[in-house]
Write a protein that binds this ligand. Structure first.
Ligand code: ARG
Length: 261
């Protein structure tokens, strides 16, 4: 290489290093030592995670996560993150941990690692008061509202076909429920906890819930980046302790006193 190119080369390398540093800093995720782990949770998902008047996240997932972190001896910060951006944020290293009623399944296991389960759930169907729907199969010729990239989305696609226009995908459950109210969809399918919470809190709307026994049980896990065994072990240790000392039960009863699945 000719000598006169050297300064330019040094300059370009310095820029690259700086850009690399900038990127590191903007990454919220923790790397080592006495760090604060950044946790992603969808904050439009009461009673698991929603914003209170002070814009703080509150709910079942938030309390479980905090209790686990306390027992695990780690510091965390929970950041409101839309559900359809969660998996990517974990893969990119912008979040260290996800807690967001994420159902453990083999497809997701390919890209992330899950803790032991912390909640058992299943899908429910929400319908307007006058709907004749009695089972999931009855939705075949109807417009089905789901939150995108969820297990409900997958179930709806399995029912009516992958690219069927009758599956209406929403970014959040509140948007799907809003569409049900407006008549834009004939039914919404979603996790039991969020569905029963919505119906209970909107008594005037007289929505019906159908519990189709064909839906399988789903197990929620806390997710970490694939291969982050050290953090996962800490989380599992924390979970084990909150299950053993009654903390998990206490939080469950606070939010789901009369939930049956
Ligand atoms: N359990 C379902 C799934 O994993 C729904 C999750 C939606 N959760 C949320 N916080 N928006 O696909």
């Amino acid at each position: 290489m000719k000598q006169r190119y050297l300064p330019a080369l040094v300059f370009v390398c310095a820029l690259a290093v700086l850009a690399g540093c900038g990127k590191q800093d903007s990454h919220a995720a923790a790397t080592a030592g006495n760090t604060e782990y950044v946790v992603g949770a969808d904050g439009a998902y009461a009673p698991f995670a929603s914003e209170n008047e002070q814009k703080e996240l509150v709910g079942f997932d938030v309390e479980i996560m905090q209790a686990v972190a306390d027992k695990a001896g780690i510091k965390i910060k929970i950041v409101n993150t839309p559900f359809d951006g969660l998996f990517n944020a974990l893969a990119q290293g912008d979040r260290d941990i996800l807690i967001s009623t994420i159902t453990i399944n083999d497809q997701r296991r390919q890209t992330m690692d899950f803790s032991e389960p912390y909640f058992v759930a299943k899908q429910l169907i929400v319908l307007p008061p006058n709907s004749k729907v009695a089972k999931f199969d009855d939705l075949k010729a109807m417009k089905i509202g789901v939150q995108s990239a969820t297990t409900a989305d997958e179930a709806a696609q399995n029912l009516v076909g992958k690219n069927s226009p009758s599956v209406k995908r929403f970014e959040s459950m509140p948007l799907a429920f809003q569409e049900l109210e407006g008549g834009g969809v004939d039914a919404v399918v979603g996790d039991n906890g969020v569905v029963t919470n919505f119906v209970k809190n909107n008594p005037g709307k007289n929505f019906r819930i159908v519990n189709d026994p064909g839906f399988p049980k789903e197990y929620y896990g806390i997710a970490v980046k694939k291969g982050n065994a050290e953090l996962l072990a800490k989380l599992n240790h924390g979970l084990e302790q909150i299950k053993a000392d009654g903390t998990q039960d206490r939080i469950y009863k606070k939010y789901f006193a009369d939930e049956k699945i």
